[in-house]
Unconditional design. Structure first.
Length: 197
């Protein structure tokens, strides 16, 4: 009998217009520089804004990596003249218990802990059962980031097969008027995930 191995990687389908930032220390600066160059292409009179955007993205990438982040995707999709703002952070969550935590137990834990108003379910995806958490957050009036827009987030906690670890997909968007449509897009992206061995 052969041992069944945990997957070594995953594959995810994203719409055109999403930009991938590799969060590993040896690649993240190159990824951030490529995104800033793309976004400021043809804009030569805004070096301060360009530097500020680079610093903010790099800071976000470092923080995400320090918290177990593997990849960060930012939506650059266009709807007419407007960019559709959304993001996806993929994080490796190491085992919390040697025997693992089943999705149903994680759902029960999340339901009893954390902010009220979240919608928490267990979903069946092609990659297996996953815990889905949808929330809407209204920033405080004194939010240090200056954000004033409500944010819709959809998190998918996917148990990694033959492992006690989880993969966390964290989606978010500030587009409150079309939050349901964006959540549907996030669901479709999460549903596309397959494991690679």
């Amino acid at each position: 009998m052969t041992d069944v191995q945990a997957p070594t990687d995953y594959r995810l389908l994203l719409p055109d217009g999403w930009f991938r930032i590799d969060l590993s220390p040896e690649r993240r600066e190159r990824s951030v520089d490529a995104l800033v160059k793309r976004q400021f292409n043809g804009v030569d009179d805004a070096p301060h804004l360009k530097r500020q955007a680079r610093d903010e993205l790099l800071g976000r990438a470092i923080k995400a990596y320090d918290n177990g982040g593997l990849e960060l995707y930012l939506s650059l999709q266009q709807a007419g003249p407007m960019t559709i703002p959304a993001s996806l952070l993929i994080t490796f969550v190491p085992p919390q218990h040697p025997e693992g935590v089943p999705p149903e137990a994680l759902m029960k834990y999340l339901t009893g802990n954390g902010p009220a108003g979240r919608h928490i379910t267990v979903e069946e995806l092609q990659s297996g059962h996953a815990v889905r958490v949808r929330a809407r957050t209204v920033p405080a009036a004194d939010d240090p980031t200056g954000n004033t827009l409500p944010t819709t987030s959809v998190d998918y906690h996917l148990p990694i097969p033959h492992s006690s670890a989880y993969l966390l997909l964290s989606f978010s968007t500030p587009l409150d008027p079309i939050a349901d449509a964006m959540a549907g897009l996030f669901d479709a992206i999460a549903a596309s995930l397959t494991w690679k061995r």
